[in-house]
Design a protein around this ligand. Structure first.
Ligand code: CTP
Ligand code: MG
Length: 235
């Protein structure tokens, strides 16, 4: 396949994992004996059409340099920021000498170690001819409740057309950098790339992904992630 634009992945991995807790930072927690961050990177590196991966790590992170992926030819690293979106913006800045404005950037959380190769392929196919870009997402399947200030169900929200945003999220380098910079300048907190792009009035494509592409947030997610990885035949 001939491509005029290149593809890069950005992995924000500079979080503190406060909800997860523990002595070892969340992204370095072992799942089936392998650090969570390694699992996340493995899924991206298996896709040979990705030209390089920029990982944003904390300045205090000494473990990163011990990971085999840190020495991989297609992997680079930079220091992350105080929030996820700052870490992503710093990784984009670090890619500036390499990436063109039209190149695709796939942002994938280090805290999502169960990305299937088939999902990555589906995302790349889904965005190919898209002017805006797109994200892996899952239609909401639970009944949704809004709580009142006593922790009771105040309201049942309509579920139709509601999706959960996953990663990777893919946008053109120039567009994504502009969108994130505007949000950061205006101190507008965004928890994913799509919301920054939406703030420009654009509508990213929703590409249905697998429900087992979970984000490890709290301690109880760890066992689930291990069970998902254990069941993978392509790991
Ligand atoms: N992240 C980052 N830089 C930050 C904060 C988060 O690169 N300043 C990354 C995390 O390392 C993670 C991803 O963004 O891979 C998603 O964030 P989350 O799951 O919230 O992880 P943490 O921020 O580490 O966890 P918590 O919010 O519980 O502290
Ligand atoms: Mg966080």
């Amino acid at each position: 396949m001939s491509r005029t634009e290149r593809r890069w992945a950005v992995v924000p991995a500079a979080g503190r994992g406060e909800r997860f807790g523990g002595r070892i930072p969340k992204q370095h927690t072992l799942l089936l004996g392998r650090p969570m961050l390694s699992w996340a990177l493995q899924a991206l590196l298996a896709e040979k059409s990705i030209d390089g991966v920029m990982v944003a790590v904390s300045a205090r992170d000494r473990r990163w340099y011990g990971l085999p992926e840190a020495g991989h030819a297609r992997v680079g690293c930079c220091i992350g920021g105080a929030t996820r979106s700052e870490s992503v913006a710093l990784a984009l800045q670090a890619l500036a000498p390499l990436a063109g404005g039209h190149d695709w950037i796939l942002v994938h959380d280090a805290a999502r170690p169960c990305l299937a190769r088939s999902d990555l392929k589906r995302l790349l196919t889904g965005i190919r001819a898209d002017a805006v870009g797109g994200i892996l997402a899952q239609p909401a399947s639970d009944t949704l409740k809004r709580e009142d200030d006593e922790g009771r169900c105040a309201e049942t929200l309509p579920r139709e057309g509601v999706w959960r945003a996953l990663t990777p999220q893919a946008f053109r380098y120039g567009l994504l950098l502009r969108a994130l910079r505007i949000c950061l300048d205006r101190e507008r907190a965004v928890t994913d790339e799509a919301s920054a792009v939406e703030a420009l009035g654009l509508r990213p494509r929703l590409i249905r992904g697998r429900s087992d592409n979970i984000k490890v947030t709290s301690r109880e997610d760890r066992q689930l992630a291990e069970a998902i990885l254990q069941a993978r035949t392509d790991r």
